[in-house]
Ligand binder design. Structure first.
Ligand code: HEC
Length: 198
């Protein structure tokens, strides 16, 4: 019996991989729940990572419609083509229309879903591209693009949408100045509820 309990303890400790992991379920759960569960469960499951200052800084960016919050840096359409072809093409297609994921370039009247509910036809502010791409794209490795690469790929995406010239340079001044066709396709929703709600 003694032998068995020594064996059980060592199984509990080695089974979880890290020496500090095993805690009894009653440490973290109400007794009536813990009683129905296995004797021990790990405190963590080995995924995720520490919220370091560096990681938090990566997400802690807010770019407003007027460009407030944009970092310094710049990028051209030509530089953006390179970024796009190495980092984006697999999911968004050679011309931004093929997918397999979201279209980035409109191909039809903007009202048509999904062909034109895209960046070029639908997004009201070009600055949102910076806020979104820097935090969320490339989807599997967000946060890896530099500010220059982000400005460049935005220049290329806007160019594919026919919104900026081939020699355009995007930076904290030029990006907010891009006039998006979607700008007036949204109205402030000031309904209060009640009969005026359509
Ligand atoms: C691994 C696949 C993948 C890669 C690589 C990738 N994306 Fe995406 N992208 C997605 C998916 C999936 C969505 C839709 C996400 C959602 O709706 O939450 C998306 C959405 C977007 C959107 C929003 C489109 C819209 O109007 O809804 C933009 C802009 C975008 N990606 C830009 C980029 C850029 C620029 C790159 C390269 C730097 C890139 N993506 C790389 C998968 C990817």
């Amino acid at each position: 019996m003694k032998r068995l309990s020594v064996l059980m303890v060592s199984v509990l400790f080695t089974g979880c991989g890290q020496a500090d992991l095993p805690v009894t379920t009653s440490d973290v759960l109400p007794t009536e729940v813990a009683d129905r569960l296995p004797l021990s469960s790990p405190r963590t499951f080995g995924f995720g990572g520490e919220a370091t200052d560096e990681r938090i800084a990566m997400w802690d960016i807010d770019v407003k419609p007027d460009g407030e919050g944009l970092p310094s840096g710049s990028g051209t359409v030509a530089q953006g083509k390179l970024v796009y072809e190495t980092q984006c093409i697999a999911c968004h297609g050679a011309t931004g229309t093929e997918g397999p994921f979201d279209r980035l370039v409109g191909t039809g009247p903007w009202e048509e879903w999904p062909s034109a509910r895209v960046v070029g036809a639908y997004w009201p502010y070009a600055t949102t591209l910076f806020d979104y791409i820097v935090k969320a794209m490339p989807q599997l490795t967000p946060g890896t693009l530099t500010a220059d690469q982000t400005y460049a790929v935005i220049a290329y995406v806007l160019n594919m949408n026919g919104l900026v010239a081939d020699d355009a340079v995007m930076d904290a001044t030029t990006l907010p100045a891009v006039e998006m066709p979607g700008r007036d396709r949204f109205v402030p929703d000031d309904r209060k509820g009640g009969p005026e709600v359509r």
